[in-house]
Design a protein around this ligand. Structure first.
Ligand SMILES: Cc1cc2nc3c(=O)[nH]c(=O)nc-3n(C[C@H](O)[C@H](O)[C@H](O)COP(=O)(O)OP(=O)(O)OC[C@H]3O[C@@H](n4cnc5c(N)ncnc54)[C@H](O)[C@@H]3O)c2cc1C
Ligand code: SF4
Length: 587
């Protein structure tokens, strides 16, 4: 498919805006929609591409080009970061992380919004409470059309991974749940059916028909059926419909306060036609637009980086970084006893949405015996199973050598009395597909210690000082629960391979860097996202979290941004009314 060049989805006022939003993830999309809905002239600048249904890469050829590194001619959606002690994955594209996320929309636990002091061995201070966010959570859930996995309906009730996860959790005396997912399983008022055309009240910005979830486990590599309710199908489609000016492939490089008031933003336009050719981003021509208010929503890394490069005098900038306690491990080849024999338990990780079930482990603030966390099942695309099958083939070949030999003899014609129907032999040759059918990745996430620091390296690149050392007790607790879980499944427990490189973790949930705080020593923004000492400048995304959310964070990011939007709209409308009345009095 052809991917549009630097696209203006909907043109607006090309000169001055009421607000510019940088980045279209959970923070930026909510902001863009809410501000436009309130009648403000909004321009959204997103560095990545638009991804309509069917455009997400699947072949090795396309995957090889699916990374984000424009200076090296790569304009894809995977933005992979590798720091000294950890790695991180975020996304580039219209809709930000929602394009590749696992759709889980959990709220932060009310008791986890504690207001103690991190410096004194307690927890980070949260300037907002669950109560403050309640109406915003409700609104975000409605917009994202979050719904439970229909586990009581066929064929969803036969999702082997979900069944095995829930069964094992119950066996251990834990209470599994099915968290709400931002996925469409059914048309309104109808029973869920995979692969049905979704009836939408308004056309989406791609102008394509979506389908109800087809259970193909590809949520983390982009849903080619449009079943995920990613931000392009809700907040951003609504913002476009209302006339927001959304510019993709536009990467913000600098911003500054204008002498005449407001903010000026300079950005470059990327040209994917240059795919595969090096293009120094800094050599691209800069375009400038201006606005009364500037909202930076470029994600934890993007927003902190932009502020580090463009704003002075913020002592807490870069602080409170954490990976939301992410830990990935594997339960491999689970077994159960049937008729006195150990038999494999089917997991079939490629069937069903990537995450379907979870168990919550209490924090010490709720009476638990450590920092709280969630344990979740993880699925993956079917091609990963084929890769495992291929990796297993030398072993399988040896195990099933007599069948292989018979097949070869048949194929080359040595077998006199030929068995002409060879389906059973071919099936046996696949060897039961034990490994590929029996891998259950486990995800843990929770309340690690947010004491990382994001900063600029000597070369001016983003760098991070963060190890899991201060969260040792937390990670040990999560890991031992996962070991118990694997044991109860009769499975082998395996750490994620990167763990063996000095207990390295990989996070999909980087948070912090521009934390909310009570003052500029504690935070970069106040409880409404306003940057201390920089009138009209806001940050609204995962960067403002003062610590880990604990649960998967996107719904909390959306809710916090929705709260910021309320205040920004009030301030903008008040300024507009004042400007109107002073013009009227001059007249
Ligand atoms: C594999 C995976 C699975 C996940 N699953 C879940 C899940 O199930 N539930 C959950 O809650 N969370 C999940 N997450 C995390 C979730 O995606 C993030 O927490 C969320 O997207 C963060 O939102 P954000 O607004 O902070 O930033 P992002 O979503 O990262 O958006 C930032 C946007 O800014 C753009 N940008 C950056 N710099 C610039 C610039 N200079 N100029 C213009 N644009 C710029 C980026 O391209 C991006 O689109 C997952 C993440 C991954 C990687
Ligand atoms: S399981 Fe498949 S069809 Fe369903 S949301 Fe995920 S990628 Fe889309």
């Amino acid at each position: 498919m052809t991917i549009a060049r630097a696209t203006t989805i909907r043109g607006g006022d090309d000169g001055h805006f009421d607000a510019i939003v940088v980045g279209s993830g959970f923070g930026g999309s909510v902001m863009t929609y809410r501000l436009r809905e309130a009648g403000l002239r909004v321009c959204l600048l997103e560095r990545g591409r638009v991804y309509p249904p069917g455009s997400f890469p699947r072949s090795p050829y396309r995957f090889q080009r699916a990374f984000w590194d424009p200076s090296d001619g790569l304009y894809g959606m995977y933005n992979v970061w590798s720091f000294r002690h950890f790695d991180a994955l975020v996304s580039s594209g219209l809709g930000g992380g929602s394009l590749i996320y696992a759709n889980v929309t959990l709220r932060k636990d009310p008791s986890w919004f504690v207001r103690e002091d991190l410096q004194h061995g307690g927890y980070e201070y949260w300037p907002v409470t669950a109560e403050d966010l309640e109406e915003h959570y409700d609104r975000a859930e409605r917009m994202l059309n979050a719904q439970e996995y229909p586990i009581r309906h066929a064929p969803y009730d036969k999702t082997p991974r979900t069944v095995a996860f829930m069964h094992t959790a119950r066996q251990l005396g834990w209470q599994p749940m099915t968290p709400k997912l931002a996925v469409t399983f059914a048309n309104d008022g109808e029973a869920p059916v995979p692969g049905e055309p979704i009836r939408e009240e308004h056309p989406n910005l791609h102008g394509r028909t979506r389908q109800t979830c087809r259970l193909v486990g590809e949520c983390d590599i982009g849903c080619n059926y449009g079943s995920k309710n990613s931000l392009d199908y809700n907040y951003l489609s609504a913002a476009v419909r209302l006339g927001a000016d959304i510019r993709t492939l536009c990467e913000v490089r600098t911003f500054r306060r204008r002498d005449s008031g407001g903010w000026a933003v300079e950005y470059v336009r990327h040209d994917p036609e240059r795919e595969g050719r090096r293009t120094a981003t800094r050599s691209l021509p800069l375009e400038e637009i201006t606005a009364d208010r500037l909202v930076i929503s470029a994600g934890t890394f993007g927003s902190t980086y932009l502020l580090l490069r463009n704003v002075q005098g913020l002592p807490a900038l870069g602080t409170h970084f954490s990976g939301n306690g992410d830990l990935l491990t594997l339960a491999v080849r689970p077994t159960t006893t049937r008729n006195g024999k150990r038999v494999p338990v089917l997991i079939d990780g490629g069937y069903g949405p990537v995450i379907t079930s979870a168990v919550r482990f209490e924090d010490e603030v709720d009476g638990g015996d450590g920092r709280g966390f969630y344990l979740e099942d993880i699925g993956y695309p079917e091609f990963v199973n084929w890769m495992m099958q291929v990796a297993e083939s030398p072993r399988a070949l040896w195990r099933w050598r007599h069948i292989a030999w018979q097949l070869i003899r048949q194929l080359v014609g040595f077998e006199r009395d030929r068995e002409t129907d060879i389906g059973a032999e071919l099936s046996a040759f696949m060897g039961g597909a034990d490994l590929s059918a029996g891998v259950l990745p486990l995800a843990g996430m929770g309340r690690d210690v947010p004491d990382g620091v994001l900063k600029l390296s000597r070369r001016g690149m983003l760098d991070a000082d963060w190890t899991i050392d201060h969260s040792d007790a937390y990670f040990s607790r999560v890991r031992s629960v996962m070991q118990r879980f694997a044991g109860a499944m009769g499975a082998e427990f395996h750490d994620n391979p990167v763990w063996h490189f000095g207990r390295r973790v990989m996070t999909a949930h980087p948070l912090g860097g521009c934390p909310m705080g009570r003052n500029e020593r504690e935070g970069v923004v106040d409880e409404y996202g306003r940057v201390f000492g920089h009138d009209g400048l806001y940050v609204a995304d995962g960067a403002v979290m003062p610590g880990s959310v604990g649960a998967n964070p996107s719904l909390t990011i959306a809710a916090v941004a929705d709260r910021f939007a309320d205040r920004l709209i009030d301030d903008a409308l008040r300024d507009r009314a004042q400007a109107g009345s002073s013009t009227a009095s001059k007249d």
